[in-house]
Design a protein around this ligand. Sequence first.
Ligand code: PLP
Length: 220
Amino acid sequence: MIAEEIKRLHSELPEGVRLCAVSKFHPAEAIRQAYDAGQRIFGESRVQELLAKVDELPSDIQWHFIGHLQTNKVKSLIGKTALIESVDSERLLGLIDRESEKAGVVTRVLMQLHVAKEETKFGFSPEELIAYFTERRFERLNATHLCGVMGMASNTDDTDRVRDDFRIISETRKRILEAAPDLRGFDIVSMGMSGDWHIAVDEGSNLVRIGTAIFGERQY
Ligand SMILES: *Cc1c(COP(=O)(O)O)cnc(C)c1O
């Protein structure tokens, strides 16, 4: 079933839209089934769980960290991820940069936007993020590559509102590029989950994060 869902999604997703299979709370065995069906990008939201899976699973998996990252866990995560999608404060970003520099690696990250009305309290507002780039504070980074934005839509059946949220995320990336036209590789728009990825892709997502539709319900 997992393999079928992976294959179905790979065939349904338009060219240029990548799939992050969100495997949090699911065992290594489930990830292996998806891996054998051709999936290589997996998303995890807890550091300990990600590190355990890194050790257990094939080394060509690209791990994306998608949860709230506590500052005391940063050091152990550096060097393990292909992308940290959930940078939600400048303080966290500074810490990632320092630890990456110390470790001699460049860490690729996305800036998390907070646009949903309820949901998580984590993330930058569009205005905060645009100010960060207008003021060129990113120039202080030495060992971090800012690769784009990530965000979630409101958790609602109101698809107009979901679409508006996604549009704000997409447009914030464009406004950032207007504010800092010399920014290179700020290309990723990560948005869309099991219930809303069609709308997200419509609004410009090029990286969807899908868990439940692939692996079933999570047992917390
Ligand atoms: C859990 C999670 C997902 C996956 O959600 P599903 O509804 O299971 O597809 C996507 N993005 C983030 C940030 C998550 O925490």
